[in-house]
Design a protein around this ligand. Structure first.
Ligand SMILES: CC(=O)SCCNC(=O)CCNC(=O)[C@H](O)C(C)(C)COP(=O)(O)OP(=O)(O)OC[C@H]1O[C@@H](n2cnc3c(N)ncnc32)[C@H](O)[C@@H]1OP(=O)(O)O
Ligand SMILES: CCCC(=O)O
Length: 446
C-alpha cells in the first residue's frame, strides 16, 4: 500500500460522521451539476434538528436536494443558487431557493476575494496513483471553492469519468474527509427539440457563420438546434470554446466539423469548456479525451481569451427585450428562470473580437397555457432582470429577422425591434414608442 492509499484510508469515514463538522450558521458549498454530493446531502438533512441557519450554495442542481425538501419551512437550511435549472426554478417558485447574481467569469474570484466557505462537499472521481481526485465534467468553480474552504469533504463517485483540463483536480493532502457509497448512473440532459420558429431563427444564424469560426453555443432549445444545423451545413474547420460542452457539440464533431485548428497556443486542436452538460454519449466522448479540455470559468469565460479567438461566434437565447434594447435572459417579470451565466461574458468577448459575432435569439412571442399570445418584445420591462444592458446589446434575432442594435439611437432601436416583433403587437408597440418619445415622425412601419 503506497502512502496515498494510507492517507486515503485514514481520511475515509461515513457520511454521518463527516457532516458532524458542520455547525449552525455555517456556509456550505455543494459541488455543482454531477458533483452534487448525494450521500453527504442525505446525511446533512438527517442532522436538521441539531442545526439552524446553515446556508448551502451551489448551482445547476437537478434534484432531489434533501436539505431543501425535508426542511420546507427553512428552519434549518437555506439554499442559494448561482444559476438555476428547472428543478431550482421550481424551488424558487415555492420560495425555497434564492438566486445569487453573478457573471460566470467572476465567480472563481468572488470565492477567492469575498466569500467564506466553512465546509465544501463535492463528488469527485476515485483517486489516481498520484493521489489526485479529478473534477470530471464539473470543473467551473470547483478549484476556487476548495481553495477558499476551511474544511474539504470529498464524496467518491465511481460513475464520474476523468477528464483533461486546467486546475481540474484536488490532492489527498488537501482533503479533510472522504466518503464512499453507491451512486446511480449520471442523469442525462437530452437535446431540446426545436420548433418551426426555432428553425427560422437557426437558418438565419447559420447563414451568417463562416468556415474556421470558433463557436460558443448557449443553453436551451435554440442553441441545440443551431448546433444540429451546423452539423448538417457545409461549414468546415470549426472550433469550440464554450462555457458548456453540449450535445450539439457532439453532433458537430460527429459530422467532422470540429478541428480547432484555427486556435493558436496550448489550446490548438482542443475543444475547450467549463462543464459538460448533456447525454451519457456526450460524457463518454469527453471522458479521458485529450482533445477536450474542461477548465475553470475564469479561464473559459475570460473576455480577453474570447476576444483573441479567430471568428468567435457566440449564440445564446433570451426571454425578452424592451424597446430600449435591454435584454432579459433570466427572468420573466420577477419570476426567476435561470441566470446571467456566461451570456454577458461571451457577448462582451465576441463583440470586442474584431472578427467575432454574437447572436441573441428569441421567438417574437409566446403562447401561455390558456392559449393567450404575449409579445417577447416589450415596450418597457416590469421587474424583468436585465442580463445584457442596452449599451451592450448587439445582434438580436427573431423569426422575423435579425437586427444589429450596436450604435443605434433610441428611435432607431424602437424601429428595428418593432420590425422583428410579432405582427399582432407592432401597432401597440409603436403607440408606446410614441408615448415614450422614442418614435420619429419618419419612422417606418406606420
Ligand atoms: C452556455 C454557455 O456557453 S454561456 C451562456 C449561456 N447562458 C445563458 O445564455 C443564460 C441565459 N439563458 C438561458 O438561461 C436560456 O437560454 C433561456 C432560459 C433563455 C432559454 O432556455 P430554454 O431551455 O430554451 O427555455 P425554455 O423555453 O425551456 O424556458 C425555460 C422556462 O422559462 C419560461 N419562459 C421562457 N420564455 C419565457 C417568456 N418569454 N416569458 C415567460 N416565461 C418564459 C418557460 O415557461 C420555462 O419555465 P418552466 O420550466 O417553469 O416551464
Ligand atoms: C447552464 C450554465 C450556465 C449558463 O447558462 O451560462
Amino acid at each position: 500500500m503506497n502512502d496515498y492509499n494510507k492517507e486515503y484510508n485514514a481520511k475515509l469515514t461515513t457520511p454521518e460522521k463527516a457532516v458532524k463538522v458542520i455547525k449552525s450558521g455555517d456556509w456550505v458549498d455543494y459541488g455543482c451539476l454531477h458533483a452534487y454530493p448525494a450521500l453527504l446531502d442525505r446525511a446533512l438533512a438527517d442532522r436538521k434538528e441539531e442545526l439552524e441557519d446553515v446556508k448551502v450554495r451551489s448551482l445547476l442542481m437537478h434534484g432531489p436536494l434533501h436539505i431543501v425538501e425535508e426542511d420546507p419551512n427553512q428552519e434549518h437550511f437555506t439554499y442559494n443558487s448561482w444559476h438555476m435549472v428547472k428543478f431550482e426554478r421550481n424551488l424558487c417558485d415555492r420560495g425555497l431557493c434564492y438566486f445569487i447574481p453573478m457573471l460566470f467569469r467572476n465567480l472563481p474570484g468572488y470565492y477567492r476575494r469575498f466569500l467564506d466557505v466553512d465546509v465544501a462537499m463535492m463528488a469527485v472521481t476515485p483517486m489516481d496513483e498520484e493521489g489526485y481526485f479529478n473534477f470530471s465534467v464539473n470543473n467551473a468553480t470547483a478549484r476556487a471553492v476548495l481553495d477558499t474552504a476551511k474544511v474539504i469533504i470529498l464524496e467518491i463517485n465511481d460513475k464520474l469519468p476523468r477528464l483533461f483540463g486546467k486546475e481540474n483536480k484536488v490532492h489527498i493532502s488537501e482533503v479533510d474527509a472522504i466518503v464512499e457509497g453507491e451512486h446511480p448512473d449520471l442523469f442525462e440532459i437530452p437535446s431540446a427539440s426545436g420548433s418551426e420558429i426555432d428553425e427560422l431563427i437557426a437558418n438565419q444564424i447559420v447563414s451568417q457563420m463562416e468556415d474556421g469560426a470558433c463557436v460558443q453555443l448557449g443553453v436551451g432549445g435554440m442553441p441545440d438546434l443551431i448546433g444540429k444545423k451546423i452539423a448538417e451545413s457545409d461549414l468546415k474547420n470549426l472550433g469550440v470554446h464554450s462555457e458548456l460542452i453540449v450535445n450539439a457539440n457532439l453532433d458537430m464533431y460527429k459530422a467532422g466539423k470540429i478541428t480547432n485548428s484555427n486556435k493558436t497556443g496550448e489550446m490548438k486542436g482542443k475543444t475547450v469548456g467549463g462543464l459538460v452538460y448533456g447525454t451519457k454519449e456526450l460524457v463518454e466522448w469527453t471522458a479521458e479525451n485529450p482533445d477536450v479540455m474542461i477548465c475553470p470559468m475564469d479561464y473559459v469565460n475570460d473576455v480577453n481569451i474570447i476576444r483573441s479567438l479567430d471568428k468567435f461566434t457566440s449564440i445564446n437565447s433570451c426571454v425578452g427585450v424592451d424597446l430600449f434594447g435591454q435584454i432579459s435572459s433570466e427572468s420573466a417579470g420577477t419570476r426567476h428562470i435561470s441566470g446571467t451565466g456566461g451570456q454577458l461574458d461571451f457577448l462582451t468577448g465576441a463583440y470586442d473580437n474584431p472578427t467575432g459575432k454574437s447572436f441573441i435569439c428569441m421567438p417574437s412571442s409566446r403562447v401561455d397555457r390558456k392559449g393567450v399570445r404575449h409579445s417577447n418584445v416589450h415596450a418597457t420591462f416590469h421587474g424583468d432582470i436585465i442580463t445584457d444592458p442596452r449599451s451592450q446589446s448587439y445582434q438580436l434575432v427573431t423569426e422575423y429577422g435579425m437586427v444589429n442594435l450596436a450604435g443605434r439611437s433610441t428611435w432607431e432601436r424602437a424601429e428595428m425591434l418593432i420590425s422583428v416583433a410579432h405582427p399582432d403587437f407592432r401597432e401597440e408597440l409603436i403607440q408606446s414608442a410614441e408615448e415614450m418619445k422614442i418614435w420619429r415622425r419618419s419612422n417606418k412601419l406606420k
